[in-house]
Design a protein around this ligand. Structure first.
Ligand code: NAD
Length: 280
């Protein structure tokens, strides 16, 4: 079965519209997200535009903060600090990657955990590692939501996550672990990737390598989640050789239309949750 991330995300976004309307009734204002874009990376421009549009459609006010590529770490830090102190801003997102001369750790550290709707802060990652409540990174959270909505069990299953980045692979592995899966994390130094993947009941590919996961690496009936977003000859593709793997998988996410739309839906959901917590 092909997992329709677009349909699930559309459903969540419709639910959010009701949630933001309720928030407006109570707080007298919309939930608000500040999006900081530094420089003019074309891919980042597209991501930011999509996020701003999605906010508007969900009844979330967005504040579009643009800074030139030449800005100093101190200037960027001060801009984020101002947003952190602004009582009318519920969430802050700094679009990555930053221009090379800027230190993302210093700038992101200015986002307080309660406004960290990307779930990248040490406090939120710590909470996830400890299995406590916190804000979780949008992409892995979107994967968990897809598993939940398709009623795919995780308890006792062997989940293999390919990729160990701080924004996808690691939080994904922690979420699956917290959901009682037995988790193996693979990365660029892993030996015997094929043999490990063949053991997966749930295989999450998040390496950013087109067609890394081929049919001979997938167990019959496995659930295959493709997080990869790669461009090949101008076309968007994932990390999974979809055409062949689809024949073996019980469930599979396509690219586009799988995990991607869920990331934006989870961002909106994290903004709503952050806003609701602030007025509680
Ligand atoms: P990253 O480059 O930070 O991390 C990639 C990880 O994959 C690393 O841990 C690396 O060790 C591992 N890896 C690379 N080559 C490998 C190989 N041959 N075998 C095993 N492991 C290997 O990337 P990221 O930010 O984690 O993103 C991963 C992919 O997910 C990218 O394609 C990215 O565009 C995509 N992504 C999609 C969304 C979405 O919304 N759909 C969101 C974030 C990232």
């Amino acid at each position: 079965m092909i997992i329709d991330g677009k349909a699930v995300a559309d459903g969540i976004r419709a639910e959010l519209l009701a949630r933001t309307a309720r928030f407006f009734q109570i707080a007298g204002r919309k939930p608000a997200l500040a999006v900081v874009l530094i420089g003019n990376d074309p891919a980042s421009e597209i991501y930011v535009r999509n996020k701003l549009r999605a906010c508007a459609e969900a009844g979330i006010r967005s504040v579009d903060v643009r800074m030139p590529a030449e800005v100093s770490t101190q200037e960027a830090t001060e801009a984020v600090r101002r947003l952190a102190a602004d009582g009318e801003i519920d969430g802050i997102l700094v679009q990555l990657p930053l221009p090379k001369h800027l230190d993302p750790r210093v700038i992101l550290a200015e986002i307080p955990a309660e406004k960290d709707v990307d779930g990248f802060s040490e406090e939120n990652i710590g909470a996830l590692a400890l299995g406590r409540e916190g804000t979780v990174a949008c992409t892995p959270l979107g994967v968990m939501e897809l598993l939940k909505r398709y009623r795919i069990p995780t308890s006792g299953k062997h989940a293999v996550v390919v990729g160990r980045s701080n924004i996808v692979g690691k939080p994904m592995a922690l979420l699956l672990l917290n959901a009682d899966a037995t988790v193996t994390v693979c990365h660029s130094h892993t030996r015997g990737l094929k043999e490990i993947c063949l053991q997966a009941d749930i295989l999450v590919a998040a390496a950013g390598k087109p067609k890394l996961i081929t049919a001979d690496m997938v167990k019959e009936g496995a659930v295959v989640i493709d997080v990869g977003t790669n461009r090949e000859g101008g076309k968007l593709c994932g990390d999974v050789d979809f055409g062949e793997v689809e024949k073996k998988a019980s469930y599979i996410t396509p690219v586009p239309g799988g995990v991607g739309p869920m990331t934006v839906a989870m961002l909106l959901s994290n903004v709503c949750a952050a806003a609701e917590k602030r007025i509680r």
